[in-house]
Design a protein around this ligand. Structure first.
Ligand code: EPZ
Length: 421
């Protein structure tokens, strides 16, 4: 197993370029299976979740061509398998998108229940509610979801989600693309990666409107054609680097971002005392002196993202005063990292959905363990800001979602090494 060794205390200076959005890529790549033709996808991040997904697609008969770094071509013309490799499927969460894709293209699917970061119970009942509304029979076993057409066949429908769910919204959009009739998803999630998926599918000939609002409409079409699409920059990767500079100090230009997607994050960092300058496709952050305390409540987009909860908690751990951090999406997410931060000197009191964080002058380096993707990213930020050396185990979690993180941080002056145990 590998670990990161970080010698903290240096401010971060220079430029960092953000990669393609993980949570868009893990939906767009399987969505290419809806197309009986060639899709060229650009700005694909080279992260382990994407590598696993491409392995799953190739195993299903998709012709995957790595054209150049960040550019893959997927040809799903000859795909026939509706039963993706369960051992690969169980390695990541977003493999559940294959349910909607295979149901839509082939009218059936047999997909193992997904794996991925287990920081909370992550049910898929809303996905299945959508598939049933589209006329599918859903047969669940302990390990599998089996889908096939019901007595009335597959048809458009109106679906009102009981929970604002990114995954369910994306899965139902993909399922509805090739199913005859009009489908309406109400109480839909509005994240930037949902708009990105809809834009990809519309580029390939789908008829989707309203993505990015709480009501998405899909008119099923006979077939989709091939084409080229570029994935948006990763809002959470960008937010992670902004939080790292806020916590460790410094002056960094974060390039290849869509500032609009970052509003909720940058406004919070400005509240804490960082200076933020927005340009067309980049953001400069300058952090000098100690941050101020603040209050954060995570919400679905356009609110403060739950995927930035751990990272902003590190900033709060170093701020003057007492901050309050309330988690409204995954209540148990705190437990993935707070005890590790406490080993580094953070003072955090968890009270139900809220963490009360009393800021400290400094954090101290320690040996800590990552328990999920964003918890691991938060420990990296804490190590960069802490005095002394921090060793982080289980870094495979971090490498699921952060492309070239060692290279990118080293270029900013960080002292971080990847060490094999
Ligand atoms: C996506 O997960 C992201 N993952 C998560 O990012 C992110 O935290 C989450 O959206 C919220 O933004 C990917 O896109 C691969 P949800 P997802 O369905 O789709 C409940 C990261 O760090 N729910 O929006 O699984 C659920 O329990 C990862 O990149 C149901 O009750 O999240 C949660 O409380 C971690 N039933 C809430 O909805 C369902 O059928 C939001 O979940 C589905 C969800």
């Amino acid at each position: 197993m590998a670990r990161y060794e970080i010698t903290g205390g240096q401010p971060l200076n220079g430029e960092v370029t953000i990669s393609g959005a993980k949570n868009a890529a893990v939906a767009i790549l399987p969505a290419a299976v809806l197309v009986a033709g060639k899709c060229r996808v650009e700005n694909v991040p080279d992260i382990s979740d994407v590598r696993i997904l491409l392995d799953i697609l190739e195993d299903m008969g998709v012709q995957v061509t790595h054209v150049e770094p960040g550019v893959v071509e997927l040809d799903s013309t000859n795909v026939t398998s509706t039963h993706p490799n369960p051992d690969l499927v169980r390695k990541m969460r977003a493999s559940y998108y294959l349910m909607g894709v295979l149901l839509s293209r082939f009218g059936e699917a047999s997909v193992a229940l997904p794996g991925g970061c287990n920081f909370a119970s992550r049910p898929i009942d809303q996905h299945l509610k959508g598939f049933r509304a589209l006329g599918a029979e859903v047969a669940e076993t302990e390990d599998y979801v089996n889908l096939f057409p019901g007595p009335d066949g597959l048809h458009g429908s109106r679906i009102s989600l009981d929970v604002v769910s990114v995954g369910a919204t994306m899965n139902i959009i993909m399922a509805a693309c090739l199913i005859p009739g009009q489908t309406v998803i109400e109480n839909a999630a509005k994240e930037p990666h949902i708009v990105d998926l809809a834009n990809f599918l519309n580029t390939m000939g789908a008829h989707i409107s309203g993505a990015g609002t709480d009501t998405v409409k899909i008119r099923g079409v006979e077939k989709l054609r091939g084409g080229t699409y570029t994935i948006i920059p990763d809002q959470i990767e960008a937010g992670t680097y902004l939080a790292a500079v806020a916590a460790a100090g410094g002056n960094v230009l974060v390039k290849n971002v869509i500032p609009k997607h970052m509003d909720c994050i940058t406004s919070k960092l400005q509240e804490m005392g960082a200076r933020v300058l927005n340009y067309d496709d980049s953001i400069r952050i300058i952090s000098e002196g100690r941050l101020r305390n603040t209050t954060v409540k995570t919400r679905p987009y356009p609110g403060f993202p739950t995927d930035m909860q751990a990272q902003i908690c590190v900033c709060m751990s170093l701020a003057s005063g007492v901050s309050r951090l309330t988690e409204n999406v995954y209540e148990t997410r705190f437990f993935g990292y707070c005890s590790e931060l406490q080993n580094m000197g953070a003072e955090i009191l968890i009270n139900g959905k809220t963490a009360i964080v009393t800021g400290q002058e400094k954090l101290r380096g320690a040996s800590v363990t990552a328990h999920d993707l964003r918890a691991g990213a938060a420990l990296v930020i804490a190590g960069l800001a802490a005095e002394g050396v921090t060793r982080i185990r289980n870094i495979h979690f971090v490498e699921r979602g952060y492309e070239n993180i060692i290279h990118k941080l080293t270029a900013l002056g960080a002292r971080i090494d990847r060490v094999e145990d």
